[in-house]
Design a protein around this ligand. Structure first.
Ligand code: 6PG
Length: 255
């Protein structure tokens, strides 16, 4: 089911299997089209648990169909926990375990967020330098990723843009202190995300239903619900919701 609310395009799928099959199909079509048109596909992976099911579905698709142009895909990360690469909390570690170690990606095409710097702000600056170089950006320009995946926290955060986060508008990447985990996070800024060609939220679970409703239908309070800062500038912002995560949306009552 597709419903449009203020430039969001919402897809609601009845269960996880249907959801991730559709998202994987969308990924494959976008990757093939981008590689045919430009010779590459640039995708930003999100962290946490939700992407694991998407990456598993993509590996299964590769096993069956062998049609994903892995060697032409450049992988980036929307955010990273400031932990060593081999730490179970690392988003890069998760992507490696679930995808990079299972399909023929080019390791040179994986642009992970560095977490080896003593000062997380230097890591953010280094990742910014990487984006400037890979996308050949001039000052105050933003990368136009083909596709950015985002998750949604129960508190309405996305990437590592947490309630109350503060950052300079011209930045592409920032380091933010996360009080609740006593750790730093490195994250793309809303402006960096919004300049993508396509932005896709993947949200599952009844525990996210309140956040989905507040972000999509509640009053505009981005300091409280940072996901409200995300509006793709080049296309509608896509939301792929498992039915349980969409269960508190008011328009669902009309169906
Ligand atoms: C992270 C993510 C974060 C995540 C949401 C949802 O590094 O944790 O980028 O924004 O997408 O917290 O996490 P789950 O998918 O685990 O529910």
């Amino acid at each position: 089911m597709v419903t449009l609310t203020n430039n969001n395009e919402i897809y609601i799928l009845p269960n996880l299997k249907d959801l991730f099959l559709q998202v994987a199909e969308d990924f494959i079509h976008r990757a093939i089209a981008a590689v045919e048109n430009r010779g590459e596909f640039t995708v930003v992976l999100s962290g946490g648990n939700t992407p694991k099911l998407l990456l598993t579905t993509l590996v299964e698709a590769e096993t069956k169909f062998h049609k994903i142009p892995w060697g032409k895909i450049k992988f980036f990360f929307g955010d990273e926990r400031y932990v060593p690469l081999d730490n179970i909390e690392s988003n890069y570690h998760m992507a490696y375990e679930y995808l990079f170690s299972k399909v023929p990606v080019l390791m040179d095409n994986i642009y992970r967020i560095p977490t080896e710097f003593s000062n997380p702000s230097l890591a953010a600056k280094e990742y910014e330098r990487t984006l400037y170089s890979v996308f050949q950006l001039k000052k105050n320009q933003f990368p136009k990723f083909d596709l950015v995946y985002l998750g949604l926290g129960e508190d309405g955060h996305t990437a590592s843009l947490m309630p109350g986060s503060r950052f300079k508008k011209h930045r592409l990447v920032v380091a933010l202190w996360l009080k609740k985990t006593n750790k730093y996070r490195i994250t793309l800024t809303p402006a960096c995300i919004n300049h993508a060609a396509n932005v896709v939220f993947l949200v599952t679970g009844a525990n996210k239903a309140s956040a989905v409703r507040e972000v999509l239908e509640g009053p505009l309070i981005p300091e409280l619900y940072p996901a409200q800062l995300i509006h793709c500038l080049n296309s509608r912002t896509l939301w792929y919701l498992e039915k349980a995560a969409a269960s508190k949306l008011s328009f669902l009552k009309d169906f």
